[in-house]
Design a protein around this ligand. Structure first.
Ligand code: ISE
Length: 333
């Protein structure tokens, strides 16, 4: 069975999803593309033999589309995901699911009303071979209980629209999701500490984020969006009897001019190329009756709730407790 996929958003991530779906995923066909900029939609549609729709809602409603990828600007996510639920079509929505917890809860409410899960949130790191090996090690119990997760999240330079709040809500939100997934428990408290601001950043960058997990583990995140030298994501899980550290997929070690090392890409796409491919394949498999994979709408809500508490901590300079709504039974594992 081939799933006919409609793509909304033909920007950086939309273009990448279109390419991966069309060249590296089994059982899927890019059938339709929509973007506010018709020429961008046309370029992707022409490259992969898809049809364009001037209007995203028309694409969602059209019979030629069986499942939808939402990769449009963040503020458009909520309405588009709700439209997919209205049409009862599976949807893979890029993070964040909504820009506020209120928006995410509307989606959780709608899905709960439908009584079936159709939403997957694009937290692709859950599919990264490094993070999945780390989680498998923790779950095996071989190293004892997890105590600390150290994280580093650096971007070469931030986008022009980046803000101090976005360092948490747009970037560190990946570590927020990974921490919840890794430990299988919620974040209960978050504290944001700020060093002096980098001269390269027109906002509070970098930031140090500390999270207390419900079971007692602690997560620290250095989020630095203007580190200048390249994209760099690191993680080390400290357990009672050893540690598990991510090895970035740098392929080769280069030795030249008296130095030994490896390169760093300009952004996250090469670093997480495997994660994106595996994520899309898992989504397509779930659409055709396979097991549900990835982050649910509830996970999207919880990540946004933690990010909102983090932003409160950034603003007040004190710790913020994270309080989640009651979890509907639909989202019990
Ligand atoms: C970007 O929006 C992403 O989602 C990337 O995965 C992340 O690493 C980057 O920091 C964000 O700005």
């Amino acid at each position: 069975m081939t799933v006919r996929v409609g793509l909304i958003g033909a920007g950086v991530m939309g273009g990448d999803h279109a390419r991966i779906l069309s060249t590296a995923v089994n059982g899927a066909w890019l059938a339709a593309v929509s973007d506010a900029d018709a020429s961008r939609a046309r370029a992707i549609a022409d490259a992969y033999g898809a049809t364009t729709f001037p209007d995203a809602d028309e694409l969602i409603a059209d019979d030629s589309v069986e499942a939808v990828i939402v990769a449009s600007p963040d503020p458009t996510h909520k309405a588009l995901v709700l439209a997919c639920l209205e049409a009862e079509k599976p949807v893979l929505c890029e993070k964040p699911l909504g820009v506020t917890t209120g928006e995410c809860l509307e989606i959780v409410g709608k899905e709960t009303e439908l009584g079936k899960r159709l939403v997957q949130v694009g937290f692709m790191r859950r599919f990264d071979p490094g993070y999945t090996a780390m989680k498998a090690t923790l779950d095996s119990g071989d190293l004892g209980r997890g105590l600390i997760l150290h994280c580093v999240h650096r971007n070469q330079t931030s986008a022009s629209y980046s803000t101090s709040e976005g360092v948490i809500a747009n970037s560190a939100v990946h570590e927020i999701d990974i921490a919840r997934w890794m430990f299988g428990e919620e974040v209960v408290r978050i504290t944001v500490i700020v060093p002096r601001q980098s001269a390269h950043a027109g906002m509070q960058d970098p930031q140090i984020i500390l999270m207390h997990m419900a079971g007692g583990a602690v997560v620290d995140i250095e989020a630095y969006l203007n580190c200048q030298y390249g994209y760099d994501v690191r993680g080390e899980l400290v357990c009672e009897s050893g540690t598990a550290e991510l090895t970035p997929p740098h392929g080769i070690t280069l030795r030249r001019s008296g130095q030994e090392g490896f390169g760093h890409p300009e952004d996250w796409r090469p670093r997480f190329t495997d994660a994106y491919r595996i994520e899309l394949q898992a989504w397509i498999n779930s659409v055709t009756g396979g097991p549900l994979a990835g982050a649910s709408a509830w996970d999207g809500y919880a990540a946004t709730a933690v990010a909102e508490a983090g932003i409160a901590s950034l603003k007040t300079g004190t710790s913020a407790d994270v309080r989640l709504e009651a979890k509907p039974g639909l989202y019990d594992a």
